[in-house]
Write a protein that binds this ligand. Structure first.
Ligand code: URA
Length: 185
């Protein structure tokens, strides 16, 4: 795969109609943050607030995620945040396999352009796509896999923490461990 710039990938995404979501979205939610980030967080797909603003993780789940970043001392501006899908699925349903298949190439190009040392999947959908199809988030969150150029792990999706606050302690422990590894990069 040739290495494209983030601007080139953005332009490709802007005109993308590989799946029907390109027609129903309000805004493309490409990704945000430091183009040279050592750490990337990758969620699932834009929700309503993200679709309206064009920025990932700005709704209720995003606000909770920001609290974890602050709690462990990771600056949002110094990491890069993106999603598996760049366009919002209607009613926030899970992405369809064919939508993921259509969109994943853009994320792979983003990863190549940014060249992070660490990737953290936010939630099981992202983990199943980027780590392994049978990833079990309740058992395997916080466990790193070495991919050579980067290490990858998954944590709970912030929306899951809004539904089940009992998972919050595990999330904080994972985020503290991620910060420790991040500091050592
Ligand atoms: N959930 C996600 O997975 N991504 C967002 O950008 C917002 C909510």
């Amino acid at each position: 795969m040739e290495k494209k710039t983030l601007d080139d990938i953005f332009a490709d995404c802007r005109s993308c109609l590989k799946c029907p979501l390109g027609k129903t979205r309000t805004n493309l939610v490409f990704g945000v943050g430091d183009p040279n980030a050592k750490l990337m967080f990758i969620g699932e797909a834009p929700g309503r607030q993200e679709d309206l603003s064009g920025i990932p993780f700005v709704g209720a789940a995003g606000k909770l995620f920001d609290k974890y970043l602050s709690a462990v001392g990771i600056e949002r501006e110094r990491v890069y945040i993106a999603n598996i899908l760049k366009c919002r699925p209607p009613q926030n349903r899970d992405p369809l396999p064919e939508e993921e298949d259509a969109c994943i190439g853009y994320l792979q190009e983003q990863i190549k352009a940014i060249s992070p040392k660490m990737i953290v999947c936010l939630g099981r959908i992202s983990a199943m796509r980027l780590i392994k199809p049978d990833f079990k988030i309740t058992k395997e969150h916080g466990m790193f896999t070495d991919r050579g150029t980067y290490e990858i792990c998954a944590v709970y999706h912030p929306s899951a923490l809004l539904r089940d606050p009992y998972k919050k302690d595990e999330m904080l422990a994972d985020m503290l461990m991620i910060k420790e590894k991040y500091d050592a990069l």
